[in-house]
Design a protein around this ligand. Structure first.
Ligand SMILES: Cc1cc2nc3c(=O)[nH]c(=O)nc-3n(C[C@H](O)[C@H](O)[C@H](O)COP(=O)(O)OP(=O)(O)OC[C@H]3O[C@@H](n4cnc5c(N)ncnc54)[C@H](O)[C@@H]3O)c2cc1C
Ligand SMILES: NC(=O)c1ccc[n+]([C@@H]2O[C@H](COP(=O)([O-])OP(=O)(O)OC[C@H]3O[C@@H](n4cnc5c(N)ncnc54)[C@H](OP(=O)(O)O)[C@@H]3O)[C@@H](O)[C@H]2O)c1
Length: 247
């Protein structure tokens, strides 16, 4: 199997100065919601590739990637210049264990992301599995400013479709807001604001938690949840916390 397929950019949406969604038509092997593949570009004769979560649900085209342009980032500073019609390399096989098939049964599913880490959760939420398996599904989405809270329309659609089962809890850390929680996720677990807003509690018996994005958030949140009696999930030693670090 070839390491790369050549796909075609069909749309490039810019949400604000740094956040983008890239839509690419490319062949890809069947994958599960929550997985990532690699995308790449030839830059000065060298192939530069990085992993990106698939935001679109499985078996759909175009493939959708949500990314932040990192200042002087070796790949993202070039991705940001792509236009419809441009070629892009896509690895044909997706990977990753942040998928619901790896998550044990429980009553409540918590999906907690910072920034672009919301991408794989959008794929999971637009698939049927979470709604069939969990009594309550909570999406916690933490950003610095309101302009970084992308995909509101899609999230509002999910809220309407799954009213009573789905809870959306945004965090905005660097601006005042009348609808989002302030501060950071671990802080709001520590002082009880997150559970109060969700109207459910974390417990080893009832919760499954998936964490994605900033590795410091993943670590701090994991440590707090461990204090609350949850543990990292491993196939051979089932627990309640499944994580993916983006850097
Ligand atoms: C499994 C996996 C899935 C990923 N999925 C995504 C995704 O869907 N969207 C996405 O934007 N990135 C994602 N990343 C990160 C991505 O692979 C690149 O690292 C990132 O796009 C920057 O690429 P770069 O070459 O420009 O800079 P790099 O040299 O790769 O990174 C430079 C620095 O940028 C910062 N950084 C990297 N990624 C992010 C990010 N997402 N948000 C904030 N700061 C960041 C870190 O400080 C990093 O050290 C994922 C990473 C992994 C391991
Ligand atoms: N103009 C620019 O230069 C610019 C603009 C935006 C992004 N960037 C780049 O993008 C990167 C940031 O990406 P991002 O916007 O997704 O930001 P991020 O730093 O991952 O922040 C996203 C959210 O996560 C929170 N967070 C950070 N550390 C945490 C921790 N230990 N525990 C819990 N929550 C935590 C942040 O809160 P806090 O606000 O409290 O940190 C924020 O609410 C930077 O490294 C930079 O390279 C650059």
């Amino acid at each position: 199997m070839a390491a790369w397929n050549t796909g075609k950019v069909v749309e490039h949406k810019q949400w604000n100065e740094t956040l983008h969604s890239l839509y690419v038509e490319s062949e890809i092997e069947p994958y599960q919601a929550g997985q990532f593949t690699k995308i790449g570009l030839e830059i000065n004769g060298v192939t530069v590739g990085r992993p990106y979560s698939l935001v679109n649900p499985p078996y759909s085209q175009p493939l959708e990637f949500y990314y932040i342009e990192v200042p002087d980032g070796p790949l993202t500073s070039h991705l940001a210049k792509l236009k419809p019609g441009d070629p892009i390399l896509v690895a044909p096989r997706a990977n990753g264990f942040m998928i619901l098939d790896e998550v044990p049964q429980a009553r409540h599913l918590w999906l907690m992301a910072t920034g672009t880490g919301v991408g794989p959760f959008l794929s999971i939420l637009t698939s049927e599995k979470p709604w069939q398996r969990f009594e309550r599904v909570v999406l916690v989405y933490a950003v610095r400013t309101l302009s970084e809270l992308s995909y509101q329309e899609r999230i509002m659609h999910l809220l309407a479709k799954h009213a009573g089962q789905f809870e959306f809890i945004p965090f905005i850390s660097r601006e005042a807001s009348d609808f989002a929680l302030s501060g950071r996720i671990p802080q709001a677990i520590g002082d009880g604001r997150l559970e109060q807003r969700a109207a459910i509690k974390f417990s080893a018996q009832d919760s499954q938690v998936m964490l994605c994005g900033n590795p410091a958030m993943v670590e701090d949140t994991t440590n707090l949840l461990i204090e609350r009696g949850l543990k990292r999930h491993r196939r051979k030693d089932p627990g309640q916390i499944t994580v993916e670090n983006y850097w």
